[in-house]
Design a protein around this ligand. Structure first.
Ligand code: G3I
Length: 343
């Protein structure tokens, strides 16, 4: 069989190619998987293990072991690690729920950023310092941090991260921040950080989109507007959902013809959806290439379809197909369309 082209090599001169990783992958439980990851990707983001609930389970207890392993994995395979994430309202340690006083939240906030960002300075390439602080209308999302620390908390998080991690790039990350109203809020937030003289190096657009509905115009406008602030623009959690929200994936394969089921490019999807998925990824990468001077990284939220969080959301146990590689790490039609852009 012919060797599968490498994404990271294909786009080497343009932008980094990343993936989300979990324990099984960075612990190298499957040597073939390790080889595959090292060949396809030069950047990685931990899907869960650096979130506060996992890395900081108790007031005075941190669990650094998985993150340390991830850092080792990155070093060994020349993969830059993006820390994800220091301040997020979700996947918080359970002890946070019991906290009622402003002082204690303040203490958690300071200690957490100082300890975690400090430990990995020079070891990770970058951090998503704050994740998902905005509502869809661009206002600040109501979170435990907003409630107790006020709407300056985002700037303060970056200030603390800058002190603790002077060698690490610092990013703001969100979803739907390519849409005009949320984008305006995001720009205001970034300007506020910059006006305080605090460093912010980039903005992440997560990129959880839906097949046939990828908002290319908004994305292009966002690249331009964020770049105008002097920031790197990254697509940080890219996947394209192919199932309707309340739809079990099994129903899709039941509708497939025998031909569709045995077609290697189909990888479990009806032809028409597979074609649309490929067209969407192709259009996206065309846009990323057009702005390669501003777009520095494109990270997929999972190595292959089998890893994707969309198999469990909003319903557990569905079967989705949102990525470039199928469950056996075989490239889908979308992969070949994307790679062909560089030929
Ligand atoms: O580890 C436990 C396991 O012990 C338990 O048996 C199992 C059953 O409930 O749950 C496991 O934890 C799950 C964890 O993923 C690891 O698989 C959590 O329930 C589940 O909520 C968690 O989901 C993650 C989600 O963030 C949490 O909000 C997804 O994997 C992860 O892909 C997703 O990632 C987020 C980004 O961080 C931020 N942007 C949106 C993106 C998608 O939601």
């Amino acid at each position: 069989a012919q060797k599968i082209p490498s994404l990271k090599d294909t786009f080497k001169k343009d932008f980094g190619i990343g993936t989300a990783l979990n324990n099984a992958q960075f612990e190298e439980r499957d040597p073939q998987m390790t080889q595959f990851i090292a060949r396809q990707f030069n950047m990685a983001t931990p899907e869960n293990i650096m979130k506060s609930a996992l890395i900081h389970p108790k007031w005075d207890t941190y669990n650094f072991e998985p993150a340390d392993k991830l850092v080792e994995f990155g070093k060994k395979h020349n993969i830059k690690i993006n820390g994800h994430t220091l301040i997020w309202h979700s996947q918080l340690p359970s002890f946070i729920r019991g906290i009622k006083s402003k002082d204690s939240i303040q203490t958690f906030f300071r200690d957490h950023i100082k300890t975690v960002a400090g430990r990995y300075d020079g070891k990770v390439f970058s951090w998503d310092v704050v994740n998902e602080a905005l509502n869809e209308d661009g206002t600040m999302r109501k979170t435990v941090f907003l409630d107790h620390l006020g709407d300056n908390y985002v700037t303060e998080a970056f200030r603390l991260a800058q002190q603790a991690a002077p060698k690490t790039e610092l990013y703001y990350n969100d979803y739907n921040n390519e849409k005009p109203a949320k984008r305006a809020g995001c720009i205001a937030l970034i300007k506020k950080i910059q006006a305080a003289g605090v460093r912010i190096d980039g903005v992440g657009i997560q990129g959880h989109w839906h097949v046939g509905r990828v908002p290319l115009k908004d994305i292009e406008e966002s690249i331009l507007q964020y770049a105008a602030l002097g920031l790197k623009v990254m697509f940080t959690e890219l996947d394209i959902e192919v199932l309707p929200r309340n739809f079990q994936g099994a129903e899709v394969s039941q509708r497939m013809t025998a031909n569709e089921q045995s077609n290697p490019y189909t990888a479990g999807l009806p032809d028409n959806v597979q074609q649309q998925l490929a067209a969407d990824y192709e259009a996206l990468f065309k846009l990323f290439l057009k702005y390669k001077d501003n777009v520095t990284r494109v990270t997929f939220w999972g190595v292959n379809d089998g890893d994707s969080w969309l198999n469990n959301w909003p319903i557990r146990g569905r079967t989705s197909y949102p990525l470039l590689f199928d469950r056996n790490n075989q490239p889908k039609l979308a992969f070949y369309k994307v790679v062909a852009l560089k030929k």
